[in-house]
Write a protein that binds this ligand. Sequence first.
Ligand code: KG4
Ligand code: ZN
Length: 349
Amino acid sequence: MSRTRVLGFESSCDETGVALIEVDGDAPPRLLAQALHSQIAMHQAYGGVVPELASRDHVRRVLPLTREVLSQSGLSLADVDLVAYTQGPGLAGALLVGAGVAVSLAAALDVPALPVHHLEGHLLSPFLSADAPEFPFVALLVSGGHTQLMRVEDVGRYEILGETIDDAAGEAFDKSAKLLGLPYPGGPHLARLAEFGNPEAYALPRPLLHSGKPDFSFAGLKTAVLTQVKKVGDSPCEQTRADLAASTQAAIVEVLVKKSLLALKDTGLKRLVVAGGVGANAKLREQLNAACAKRGVRVHYPELSLCTDNGAMIAMAAALRVQRGLARPRRDGGFEVRPRWDLAEAGQA
Ligand code: KG4
Ligand code: ZN
């Protein structure tokens, strides 16, 4: 296979990401440049993502970020061989911005356009780190919208072992954080507050912990946090808030660790990949590392900055598909977005 340069676009939620990756033969794909704009500050005033504002901001950011990526890499649009974009899942309007720009650009450059599944991007993001995993592995995908354990045989070969039946882990972090009066997105704020809290101060539920299956449920946790928040009254002291944050984090992390170990045991695999925004959580990393070290399991994480949404993971997923002959790019200028889209369905597409 000859050298292919992939320009990737991510715009599924509140981050606009653009990146350029080069893939040459069997060598690991190389990230040439990337640029990112987070809309967090803009949405913070509303306590969550406002879809219409997200779409408009993607429109404003996507071309300047593309210019930045090209200038960082010292290359021009003429050097791009393939344009990849997030097709879903995500916010429809936000997805349409990235997809529309990507497909138009591809048509103007007379190169193919390749739709990518957002979660495949997260899943394969550890391939952007120096210590890339080898297949097969168990993946723990923990983002704002998804919590899944998967057996990953190779690129495009994903078997879902278990997933959440209600809220995602990131949602549990965010909703609990909101109840504690923390800004959006709550996960990192709650983790910071938890640093000086006692994780055993409040006995919060660990739903489905003993179900014997790698499934999750987090909806009950936020109800339990709400009950505790009501109990401690309107103006709890800082230590009480920290104790509540630490207890919430401990409940989420314990479930994620226990279910990951179960999936590893069931599959007999000795490699775990953790991806998605919650994968940035230091407590989760600490406890997974300790538990996996005991069992001779290697754990791989994406670089901290690549845990949350970014363009590099989308370009990487496309590059790995190209390398394996699994990419089915389009040249007809047509496209559709898929706001709801199961990763298992993305399969060998
Ligand atoms: O993967 P991501 O950027 O977006 C989705 O595809 O959903 O994940 C965002 C989620 C949010 O729920 C955010 O609160 C959470 O990841 N998150 C964290 C941390 N950093 C991000 N949760 C806990 N601890 C963190 N350090
Ligand atoms: Zn994501």
